[in-house]
Ligand binder design. Structure first.
Ligand SMILES: [Mg+2]
Length: 249
């Protein structure tokens, strides 16, 4: 069906189209094994290290977020603290740099789309609905991840904060995309309530919260849907497309 008013579904990238935590873990373990200098690191030791590492990532995150720590300091402190916790000391700044470079070089290779992603995007494309991505992050890395996901999303519908100099949670990024796509009905699917859902709604979009961890919703808003499994998300998107005059196969 051809509709007069264009409809578009945009998606966040990390933890929305793929499990970022899973790829983060795989890439972290790869880089850890490389700097420890032994590819045959005991798997239990590697798991134990990752538990410490993740703990320090979370512990120091607020300091980084509040700009008390620079990005480099954050990366250095979380790694060295996790090594010290395992009794592995005397790591140099060079090794910290090597770890971070290896992690960044490899993470995109561990990215796999959630099982519902390809099918949904194909169906939306089939009926002439625009599909796109709006993500924060560094251009090169985000583009590598998107490429690895292998989605049928047109290049011109990919918006990366570092390329357009607007970052979520600023609602401006949603105003910007609206102007570019000239779509009337705009939907945004994202996993982070504060970064994705709130600003999209403020900008006048309908937001679909991809919430597989079933986090509690603070406020109920008519323009916010809450979905925790793929099928539920599909049903919500189907309903949204129907109200815009489409019929999703
Ligand atoms: Mg996300």
């Amino acid at each position: 069906m051809e509709c007069n008013q264009k409809t578009a579904f945009f998606f966040d990238l990390d933890n929305t189209l793929f499990d970022y935590e899973a790829s983060f873990k795989k890439a972290s373990l790869f880089a850890f094994r490389s700097i420890v200098g032994n590819k045959e690191v005991d798997p239990d030791l590697a798991e134990k290290w990752f538990t410490y590492y993740k703990g320090y990532c979370d512990l120091f995150w607020p300091a980084y977020e509040k700009e008390i720590m620079s990005r480099k300091e954050y990366q250095r402190t979380r790694l060295l603290s996790s090594m010290t916790a395992l009794g592995l000391e005397h790591y140099s700044d060079k090794q910290v740099k090597q770890y971070q470079e290896l992690f960044e070089e490899k993470i995109h290779t561990f990215v796999e789309p959630f099982e519902w992603v390809n099918n949904l995007i194909q169906r939306l494309n089939q009926i002439g609905i625009i599909t796109g991505i709006i993500t924060n992050g560094e251009s090169d890395l985000q583009r590598k991840k998107i490429k690895k996901l292998g989605l049928q999303i047109p290049e011109k519908e990919i918006y990366i904060s570092s390329e357009i100099n607007i970052t979520k949670p600023s609602p401006e990024i949603f105003h910007f995309v609206r102007k570019q796509t000239k779509a009337k009905n705009l939907y945004y699917v994202g996993d982070a309530y504060e970064f994705d859902i709130k600003p999209a709604v403020v900008a006048g979009w309908t937001a679909i919260w991809w919430n597989p961890l079933k986090k509690p919703q603070q406020t109920v808003h008519p323009c916010v849907y809450n979905c925790s499994v793929g099928n539920e998300l599909y049903q919500v998107i189907k309903k949204c497309t129907e109200s815009a005059g489409y019929s999703l196969p």
